[in-house]
Design a protein around this ligand. Structure first.
Ligand SMILES: C[S@@+](CC[C@H](N)C(=O)[O-])C[C@H]1O[C@@H](n2cnc3c(N)ncnc32)[C@H](O)[C@@H]1O
Length: 321
């Protein structure tokens, strides 16, 4: 694994640049206390983690997770020597088990999830996230494990592929694209981002001013390969056991399905209940919504176009007495 972790890590790589989305809003929503204990579930290039560390005193601590070995390596270098940070290579969907093993269940003052991919991941052609950069069709955030996009597209049936493109990408041509993938792979497997982008461009018409025809399909396949929505749902549920009384849950989403999951979760636990009230009895314990919704302003979107689809929601954990 050490050899794998060496891959494509260079502190000088231009792809190391990542502008944290909703930076101030996220840190304010976390309500950082100097001696608090915080989890950054999506370390990325450590932008939000750095902000947390700046607001913490010497006895504060941050536990950060990232599935991406490259992100962790860059973080271990950048924050070497700061004993307040523990950066774990792993999925945030393991935070409940991790906190329980560390004796931190019910004691964490804030959890931040800034979902999706980082700019360095998109910029590195070798990762296969971008249709703009020719590279292997990989798309795994954790490239040490699991199935690549190419492997999935080589074995899935047409219905499964079309479902993913439709569900996660809202792709109207999902069935045609799926059929074309099956036809093409009989002749030659889809191995690169360029192979897939060219296939989609042959089916979805490029409209002036609209995003690239492959945008939606790439996003959908990435979400499927990384089981992104499943990880989010699981982490939200676990957060209720991990957060202390008064602890904050702050989530930045980039996709309407992610935002819907977060909104529903916070409404389901909201105290007092918010309309529409879920049919099922309200589960204990409860959450107070501290920020219902925050979007980036025009200045932030101009500086960082990736922010345009971001939505932040935050809630505070209340334990019933
Ligand atoms: C948008 S970036 C986070 C950027 C970060 N907040 C910053 O300021 O630098 C999202 C990061 O979350 C990671 N990620 C996505 N899903 C994850 C998961 N289930 N567990 C751990 N990390 C995940 C990705 O690998 C990526 O590095």
């Amino acid at each position: 694994m050490a050899a794998v972790l060496q891959r494509s890590v260079s502190p000088l790589m231009p792809s190391n640049r990542h502008i944290s989305v909703l930076y101030d809003a996220a840190l304010d929503a976390m309500g950082v206390r100097e001696d608090g204990c915080y989890i950054d579930g999506t370390f990325g290039r450590g932008g939000h983690t750095a902000g947390l560390l700046e607001r913490l005193g010497p006895s504060g601590q941050v536990i950060a997770f990232d599935k991406d070995p490259t992100a962790c390596q860059a973080g271990w270098v950048r924050f070497k020597g700061d004993p307040r940070l523990r950066l774990v290579h792993g999925g945030f969907e393991t935070l409940g088990a991790w906190a329980s093993e560390a004796g931190l269940s019910g004691q964490v003052d804030g959890i931040l999830l800034d979902l999706g991919v980082s700019s360095p991941q998109l910029d590195d052609a070798e990762r296969g996230f971008s249709f703009m950069r020719p590279g292997p069709l990989d798309m795994r955030m954790d490239f040490t494990t699991g199935e690549t996009a190419a492997q999935w597209l080589a074995r899935a049936d047409a219905r499964e592929i079309a479902d993913v493109l439709w569900r996660y990408g809202d792709e109207r041509q999902s069935r045609r694209i799926a059929a074309a993938i099956l036809q093409q792979r009989d002749e030659r497997p889809l191995r690169t981002t360029a192979d897939l982008a060219a296939l989609i461009e042959g089916i979805v018409r490029r409209k002036p001013g609209a995003s690239h025809p492959a945008t939606r399909s790439f996003q959908a396949i990435r979400m499927h390969v990384n089981r992104e929505l499943e990880a989010l749902e699981s982490a939200l549920e676990q957060s209720m056991d991990v957060l202390a009384d008064g602890g904050r849950l702050v989530v930045i989403t980039f996709h309407s399905l992610e935002d819907r999951i977060v909104k529903r979760f916070m409404r389901q636990y909201a105290e007092p209940p918010l309309p529409p009230v879920p049919a099922a009895p309200r589960p204990e314990p409860s959450l107070d919504l501290v920020i219902r919704k925050r979007r980036p302003g025009p200045d932030e979107i101009a500086e960082n176009p990736r922010a345009r689809s971001a939505t932040l929601r935050a809630a505070e954990r209340r334990r019933r007495r």
